[in-house]
Design a protein around this ligand. Structure first.
Ligand code: AFP
Length: 327
């Protein structure tokens, strides 16, 4: 039987028609972004643009192209009042906010430092609703998200959604350009033997992270009593998708080099959406000391320590952060 379409799934789930409209616009933007990523080398869109983003990072031409695609594709969605993008410093207000209007938070192209080496990259997005007429507060807890999702531009182009009823995966059919449901109910195994962290930063880590990773590396001879596997793609969307598909834990903790900036990954449009997806799939997401979805952002581009994945592994890491420092 042919897998059902994204639109059919959203309609059957009883979502508001304006939300379906916005999600279909997002799907269109992801489809266009996938096309531009696949054709990047042919269109001379690799390397770096001669610009830096609000994060002070070199922008890639495709960062700018993906951002422009999202803004132009989604800006006319009914009841979409605001855009918050990794690539735009200010909040973009599209209309006078009314209660129930949508705010779209997005990282248009995450992992873009992998583009020149043809590795998987992705888009991360999140939708929240305006709480009352005229309220322009975008700094909302991740727990308030109406929808969280990502697109993964890998061997297959996929879209993963958490919209209140578990987590579903959709695959783009290249011939028709339609996203079809391929994973109706994604869930994360509670335990794992796979961790993902940039180990080159070990000397900057706090002790609980060093202890955790050292215990994993000790394998069967160490306190964990089992061998571990390590992965690091340097593309959060690819890491999170792997964790969703087979379990694991992804870590980008605070360390001595990123502490002043608050961490590496951005809360509103990277970590909070991923945390909602991971929790909806039965996993957990923490800073090491706090649940990600409980955090109230202080500014749109705030960064945060990130630990997410299999529930038991995240719980162990939180316990290690609580353990009093060795005397
Ligand atoms: P880019 O978008 O600049 O490639 O950063 C990707 C990212 O935000 C996240 O997707 C990765 O997990 C992480 O940074 C990789 O960080 P390192 O480059 O320090 O490994």
């Amino acid at each position: 039987m042919t897998a059902i379409t994204l639109r059919r799934h959203l309609t059957d789930a009883g979502h508001d028609s304006d939300l379906i409209f916005l999600l279909e616009d997002i799907a269109s933007a992801c489809r266009s972004t996938a096309y531009e990523v696949r054709n990047g080398p042919l269109k001379g869109n690799l390397g770096v643009a001669d610009s830096i983003n609000v994060q002070g990072e070199d922008q890639k031409p495709l960062d700018i192209i993906a951002n422009d695609i999202f803004v132009s594709t989604c800006a006319n969605s009914p009841r979409l009042a605001a855009l918050v993008s990794e690539e735009i410093e200010e909040v973009v207000w599209l209309k006078e906010p009314k209660k129930g209007d949508y705010m779209l938070f997005f990282d248009p192209l995450d992992g873009s430092s992998n583009l020149d080496t043809n590795l998987s990259v992705g888009t991360i997005f999140s939708i929240m609703q305006i709480e009352e007429d005229g309220n322009r507060n975008v700094l909302r807890r991740g727990a308030d998200q109406l929808v969280a999702g990502y697109a993964l531009y890998g061997p297959a182009t996929m879209m993963v959604l958490a919209a209140g009823r578990g987590v579903q995966g959709f695959t783009l059919h290249q011939g028709t350009g339609i996203f079809r449901l391929t994973q109706p109910s994604m869930s994360i195994p509670e335990t794992t033997n796979e961790f993902a962290i940039n180990t080159a930063r070990r000397r900057f880590w706090d002790q609980p992270i060093r202890d955790y990773v050292d215990d994993c590396l000790a394998g069967t001879e160490g306190p964990r009593g089992k061998d571990f596997n390590m992965r690091w793609v340097a593309s959060m969307v690819a890491e999170v998708h792997r964790v969703l598909m087979r379990g694991g834990v992804f870590l980008y903790p605070l360390d001595d080099k990123n502490r002043a900036a608050g961490g590496r990954l951005r809360l509103l449009y990277e970590v909070a959406p991923m945390a909602k997806i991971i929790e909806a799939a039965g996993g957990a997401a923490s800073t090491g000391t706090e649940r990600i979805l409980d955090l109230v952002p202080t500014e749109p581009h705030q960064r945060v320590a990130t630990i997410l994945g299999s529930r038991e592994e995240v719980a162990l890491l939180e316990q290690m952060h609580r353990k009093p420092a060795e005397a």
